[in-house]
Design a protein around this ligand. Structure first.
Ligand SMILES: [Zn+2]
Length: 284
């Protein structure tokens, strides 16, 4: 780690403030860390808003999670540090981990809905495939294992089932930017849904071109290997499928005539209400 420790501590506080400002964490939620040596990690303390930390709030632990330096304020290290350490141990290239509960991305994690691929260039280049980890109890070793189980050498962000997200990178600021892009992409998807439309999916040649640009940035993406067929560009299931289904005269599962004519829809609705009323009157 080339950066002086005092500068790194200040950056930890600045990133915490940005996380709080953007509403990614409420109360004392979230934690982040930087690997500062072979057996040393600088991390946020437990029980404090990440928006208002000062450098002497930060803690130093070894790779087993033992706090190895006295904290001037008597702060104790984050209980989630075991998850950070599991990621550092699994990926020597990772030097910083940021865990947060950004609302838009966390909504996908709560719904257990993986983020679709082949939609937005920024997400494809800077996030790539974002795996979904199974729910695991916070602060337990199993939480770290749940992340390790789904990550690949190219993963930089994971949705944590029923919990939040974790992003990791070579520097703290890059890990933080992954977090921003992840929540921004999730927000765009939710806004698209509010328009009543499904997002347009990039075709295989568009996706191939994009992944080639990504490679030029020095960012590896294994999906490029299976282009142009596009293993990523055509999701197996259409995004928001239940929302997007519209009646058509050719195939309508609700057994109406599929017409969009409001008069006939009104008629079908009245028929349904009448059928329900009849059942109630008959004591069914
Ligand atoms: Zn959490």
């Amino acid at each position: 780690m080339n950066q002086p420790l005092w500068q790194l501590k200040k950056e930890m506080c600045d990133v915490g403030h940005r996380i709080w400002l953007r509403g990614y964490c409420g109360g004392n939620e979230g934690n982040h860390s930087v690997r500062i040596g072979e057996d040393r990690v600088l991390c946020t303390p437990t029980g404090i808003s990440k928006g208002f930390m000062t450098p002497d709030d930060l803690c130093v632990v070894d790779m087993e999670g033992n706090q190895v330096e006295a904290n001037a304020k008597g702060r104790r290290r984050s209980s989630e540090i075991l998850m950070h350490l599991a990621i550092y141990k699994a990926r020597a290239d990772v030097k910083s981990v940021v865990h947060s509960h950004p609302p838009h991305a966390t909504a996908f994690a709560l719904a257990n809905m993986p983020l679709p691929e082949g939609i937005h260039p920024e997400a494809e280049v800077f996030l790539g495939v974002v795996p979904m980890a199974e729910y695991a109890t916070p602060s337990k070793p199993v939480l770290g294992q749940s992340i390790i189980d789904v990550m690949t050498p190219d993963t930089n962000s994971v949705l944590m089932g029923n919990h939040g997200v974790v992003c990791f990178e070579k520097t703290l600021i890059d890990a933080y930017y992954r977090l921003e892009i992840l929540d921004q992409y999730s927000r765009l998807l939710l806004l698209t849904r509010q328009l009543g439309a499904a997002p347009n999916v990039l075709n295989p040649s568009q996706m191939t071109e994009l992944l080639e640009v990504k490679q030029k940035f020095g960012l590896n993406d294994p999906r490029l290997a299976c282009a142009p067929e596009g293993c990523a560009s055509q999701p197996e299931q259409p995004f928001f499928a239940p929302f997007d289904v519209r009646p058509s005269s050719a195939a309508c599962e609700c057994h109406c005539d599929g017409s969009t004519d409001s008069a006939s829809n009104d008629g079908a609705f009245e028929q349904m209400v009448q059928a329900i009323t009849d059942q109630i009157m008959a004591g069914v």
